[in-house]
Design a protein around this ligand. Sequence first.
Ligand code: ZN
Length: 255
Amino acid sequence: MYIDTHAHLYLQQYDEDIDDTIGQALQAQVTKIFLPNIDSSTISALNGLSDSYEMCYPMMGLHPCSVKENYQEELALAASWLDKRKYYGIGETGIDLHWDTTFKKEQIEAFETQISWAIDRELPIIIHSRKSLDLTIDIIASNKHDKLTGIFHCFNGSIDQCKRVLDCNFFMGLGGVITYKNAGLEDMIGYMPMSHMVLETDAPYLSPVPYRGKRNQSSYIPYIAEKISQVKGMDIADIRQDTTNNALNLFKIDD
Ligand SMILES: [Zn+2]
């Protein structure tokens, strides 16, 4: 079986066909899906989907693109939910300097707050980083702790950045971007040890080839595994097995 470690299947893009979306994932052998939260507007849909499908595992946090003037209230709400029900990770959090740098300082503060939640609760943290990978790694490196681990989601760094992530004992999520022409990630993927790799879709965004530009869904995970197997010259069954074991260990799930 495969695990999709990052999908937003609770968004309105799936309102019409969520049963089919989940059914297609199962047909593609994707049997567990981890759902990162975005902000206060997505919590009830996130919890609802997780209640409806046992294979969906919710995570709680505040996305860096949702860090605005009211970020303290947003963080307080996320923290209150962490006390109310079981979540399997913190996130997604991190730093995004692509769309808007107005709240860079607040994004860093919100990220550090969520790092402390991850340490206190011994939960993996899911990191979003855009135009900020070195800064994000610096922050994780300076918060090093034996209980701190997680995933650099949609990792598209250099070999050097990959090495730095490994030094922090973090995993790297590979998704549809690696299938894009000119992504230029082959050397880094060739270098990345299987021990620290997990698969993800980031659905509904970033569909792999041949669905690039269309709505993404968890059933496309095998296209990502196929690309990794080509780059590494490994059997796709081994890619599946290794990435699934990594995700089960990281999220402390038994089967
Ligand atoms: Zn995401």
